[in-house]
Design a protein around this ligand. Structure first.
Ligand code: PMV
Length: 351
């Protein structure tokens, strides 16, 4: 076992969304399959370093420089601790661990930092503890930290199979096409960098319990997932675009239909939705498709060929000082070298 292991992973953007959990929700088992592509790690990433911490009385987890308190009511942090505990036990390892994780982008902004965070952590721990788990097993572990994270365990285009079993052993993500398959990009308009008001875990549960519209979503989304897999395989952008936009709209409709209602989109998000329809209308075919997660930031999917046009459209709508990221398809989690470790002498001096 080497002294420090560092891994890097990136978020993914869902082309067909996961919203709503089956069972008691504790295993993050979805009501429908979903499809995504992993974003380029050159644009958005989480780096996570793991080392033994013999001097510490318990594991220490730092996220973006902040030590995560043990008694925190934050479900995700509790889950991270549980997963570390479980993976350590499986490896027959007993030392306390120091885990240091940094995001290259704002946490809680709807940019899925939990997906890249969970996959970088699980990937790093697997290597550090010498567990040699395969990508299916790693995807299942990442899913338990944050559902959508299981899709970040692979690069390229990814399908997360809903699965049927109560123990979740058949609910994991797999690559359907590699990074090189299609040069689509996610043009991200950062509309708001602040933390979202309703966390996705609260939202999943509230919508499933109270929305009347949601009753029709699992079947609809399942069909959308099949259509998107075909569109990706055939590199059919026009077919992809319509399903992507409709699926996002359908999910946000169920959010609005939640009681009390949940609104993640703001006026700027809506201006972007309208501008994408205008742009597609002017072109006579769809060259761009918007999709929104649990936040107002716009993900406008297009191909490399139309990236400049889409960027111009976005910056015009968003106005001066707009922040736009252009993320092509990424390669999936990977190990970094010792020199990229976040556990530096400087870091250890300051904790
Ligand atoms: O993985 P969670 O619990 O943060 O849920 C993510 C849900 C959406 O981002 C809104 C959709 C998706 O499939 O990524």
């Amino acid at each position: 076992m080497s002294e420090t292991i560092t891994a890097m992973a990136s978020p993914n953007i869902a082309l067909v969304k996961y919203w709503g959990k089956r069972g008691d929700g504790s295993l993050n088992l979805p009501n429908n399959s979903s499809v995504s592509f992993t974003l380029s790690e050159n644009i958005l990433n989480t780096k996570t370093s793991v080392a033994v911490a013999p001097d510490l009385k318990e594991d220490a987890i730092y996220i973006n420089g902040e030590l995560q308190p043990k008694d925190q009511k934050n479900e995700k942090t509790t889950f991270i601790s549980k997963i570390i505990e479980e993976m350590r036990k499986n490896a027959g390892f007993s030392d306390n661990l120091l885990v240091v994780s940094n995001n290259s982008f704002p946490t809680g902004s709807g940019l899925a930092s939990s997906a890249s965070g969970a996959s970088a952590l699980v990937f790093a721990l697997n290597e550090f503890l010498g567990l040699k788990l395969d990508s299916k097993e790693l995807s299942i572990i990442a899913r338990r930290i944050s559902g959508s994270a299981c899709r970040s365990m692979a690069g390229g285009f990814v399908y997360w199979k809903k699965g049927e079993l109560d123990d979740g052993s058949d609910s994991y993500a797999e690559q359907i096409a590699p990074q090189s398959h299609w040069d689509v990009v996610d043009m991200i308009g950062i509309v708001n960098e602040s933390r979202k008001k309703v966390s996705s875990s609260q939202g999943h549960s509230a919508t499933t319990k109270t929305s009347v519209l949601y009753k029709s979503r699992p079947e609809y989304a399942e069909k959308n997932a099949d259509l998107v897999v075909d569109a990706v395989r055939n590199r059919n952008f026009a077919a992809l675009a319509e399903v992507v936009m409709r699926d996002s709209n359908n999910m946000h409709a169920t959010m609005l239909d939640t009681w009390p209602p949940i609104r993640y989109l703001n006026d700027m998000s809506w201006d972007i939705i309208e501008a994408v329809h205008d742009l597609n209308g002017k072109n006579g075919e769809s060259i761009a498709a918007y999709t929104f997660d649990a936040g107002p930031n716009a993900h406008v999917i297009t191909t490399a060929q139309h990236a400049n046009e889409v960027r111009e459209m976005l910056s015009e709508v968003m106005g001066e000082g707009s922040r736009i990221l252009e993320a092509p398809v990424g390669s999936g989690p990977k190990l970094l070298s010792e020199k990229d470790s976040l556990i530096t002498g400087e870091f250890l001096k300051n904790i």
